[in-house]
Design a protein around this ligand. Sequence first.
Ligand SMILES: Cc1cc2nc3c(=O)[nH]c(=O)nc-3n(C[C@H](O)[C@H](O)[C@H](O)COP(=O)(O)O)c2cc1C
Length: 329
Amino acid sequence: MNLDTSYLGLKLRNPLVASAGPMTQTAERIKRLAEAGVGAVVLPSLFEEQIRAEADRDERLAEVNMDSFGEAMTFLVDPDASPWPRQYLDLIGRAAGSGVPVIASLNGSTTGGWTDYARAMQDAGAAAIELNIYYLPGDPVIPSHDAEQRYIDILTAVKSVVSVPVAVKLTPFFSSFGAMALRLEKAGADGLVLFNRFMQPDINPDTFTISTGFKLSSPAESTLARSWIARLRGQVSGSLAASTGVETADDVAAYLLAGADVVMTTSALLRHGPGHVTALLDGLTAWMDRKGIGSVGEIRGLLAPSAETPQPGFGRYGYLHAVEQATRT
Ligand SMILES: Cc1cc2nc3c(=O)[nH]c(=O)nc-3n(C[C@H](O)[C@H](O)[C@H](O)COP(=O)(O)O)c2cc1C
């Protein structure tokens, strides 16, 4: 059975990737994921805000050092106040010894010098960069064109400082998601990660407070990413990564049939631990065995629409069919 796959030009032993989250935040956890068989890992994001905080701190330190009261002031500026960006580079270096490709994640929403950090990630040993553009266009006066251009500008800035591949992790909330995906590819994205899972704040009517609305995902949430991967498979030449709602080996198989190059998981690993990687891979192998499939390459995109097999179920026909069925019951 051949589970080999390629993602962003990297050779992976299988298509299962641990996506950004707490399971990849220490070298020890990454080692356990690698031992369980994972194909690659994406580190938790380093946030634009953390990089800016570090830059501000460095600037304050430089100022006080030039100051005549420099020595006294250093007591007021805690040199470890924002150590995260440097720790992050250290984590990349240690994780690189795990034997699986390590993808660093950079997360932000504005243009600015923070994007240069991608270069430091590359220099620390990241095999690729996952650029998570987590932009909440809450301001109703920002036109869609400006919101979309922001993605292109951030991607262009990151691409200009690195030579390793860059994948963009993004939301489905565009007026024309397909057109946006093609624009990102044209602007240099080596792959797309579908999708960012937005944390929708919620309101608690009992306490009159706003909560983060954070929950782990369920497989029911995977259909949007799956149908977009299927629609894009024949349209983009870069990599497609599936992210959302993987709980079982069937979920992995369905994403591969849609056309994903890799299938990512976070919630299921948090629920079941790193050993779940082995369970998913064993389940995938058993499914391939039952169906007489010899390699992942044979099934990738088998159910994606193409000129020969248009798959009307992914279009309006599927919707009408579903409505008709629901009405009949
Ligand atoms: C606790 C937690 C932390 C996460 N942190 C990050 C992060 O730092 N960067 C990021 O791009 N995605 C982050 N994610 C999103 C996951 O990488 C993933 O895209 C999302 O959870 C959907 O996949 P899943 O359904 O397998 O959980 C996080 C998810 C969870 C549950």
